[in-house]
Design a protein around this ligand. Structure first.
Ligand code: IPD
Ligand code: CA
Ligand code: CA
Ligand code: CA
Length: 269
């Protein structure tokens, strides 16, 4: 993508993100409907849907030739990532939104022919915006984020993962994962994939591991993490396919191989 076009799209996206965040902050204490989706813990509120609708209508009117891949139904059923694609999670961390009224984010990745050009992750209640443009570095508000420390020692690692990895699960040997959390310095679970990726980019966590995430959970974070030298793959170390669900391992490159080879031991089928 041409840098001038990218700058123009970035400014527009940033304006919409801040505006959508302001609306959410205004409405968070007003009554809203909560529905369940695939199971009782999979929540969606009217604010998730209204926020996505806000982006969908704005994108359609200003950029009619751009595409939208998004969680709550206003996007398209894309079969390719050709062209300019906005990959949007209107509220990432809906459970936090409903139960805690904080620790959720608006996440927007903008991709050109499958390549991440722009990432925006807005922690709405903290009013903190993480952003990156390809080859232009990553920022937390206006402060440039430092490259990740590539001499990290495994014993000093703080890692984001949810508790399912430590319970019996279909993907990997839980005993190896229990060894992993004992070996590293600490584990954290924040409940928003987008924020957890932003924390990896900021260097306040050294990695994040999650099962079965969709493109909108990770599209922005991947762009931001890339800019500080972090890497994202599935748990086999392969590239993510944005058109389907993936397990995700995002981390400081210094520790990726050790985690895949020694702790993410796959279950035999
Ligand atoms: C969820 C959050 C959560 C992750 C789930 C996602 P949502 O997104 O990112 O941290 O563990 O897998 O679905 O549904 O709140 O947008
Ligand atoms: Ca959801
Ligand atoms: Ca999400
Ligand atoms: Ca969501």
């Amino acid at each position: 993508m041409n840098t001038e076009i990218r700058e123009e799209i970035f400014k527009q996206a940033k304006k919409w993100v801040l505006e959508a965040g302001e609306t959410i902050r205004t409405k968070i204490n007003e009554p809203y409907e909560i529905d369940v989706k695939s199971n009782a813990n999979d929540l969606v509120t009217t604010l998730d849907k209204d926020t996505e609708f806000f982006f969908a209508t704005n994108i359609k009117s200003v950029y009619p030739d751009h595409h939208l891949l998004s969680e709550e139904g206003y996007g398209e059923d894309l079969t390719t990532l050709d062209g300019t694609v906005w990959i949007i999670d209107p509220i990432d961390g809906t459970m936090n939104f409903v139960h805690q009224k904080k620790h959720f984010a608006i996440s927007i990745g903008i991709y050109q022919d499958g390549i991440g050009e722009i990432g925006l992750i807005y922690d709405v209640m903290a009013d903190v915006l993480y952003h990156a443009k390809k080859n232009e570095g990553a920022y937390k508000n206006n402060a440039k984020l430092a490259p990740l420390n590539q001499n990290l020692k495994f014993e000093e690692v703080i890692f984001g993962l949810n508790h399912f990895w430590l319970c019996e699960n279909r993907l990997v040997d839980e005993h190896s994962m229990q060894k992993f959390v004992k070996k590293i310095r600490g584990a954290r679970t924040y409940g928003s994939a987008a924020l957890e990726l932003a924390y990896v980019a900021e260097g306040i966590m050294d990695g994040y591991l999650s099962m079965s995430l969709s493109a909108w959970d990770v599209a922005a974070g991947i762009v931001i993490v890339n800019e500080v030298g972090g890497i994202t793959s599935n748990i086999d170390g392969e590239q993510i396919n944005m058109l389907k669900k993936n397990s995700i391992l995002t981390c400081n490159a210094a520790i990726q191989r050790n985690i895949i080879d020694n702790y993410l031991i796959k279950k035999r089928k």
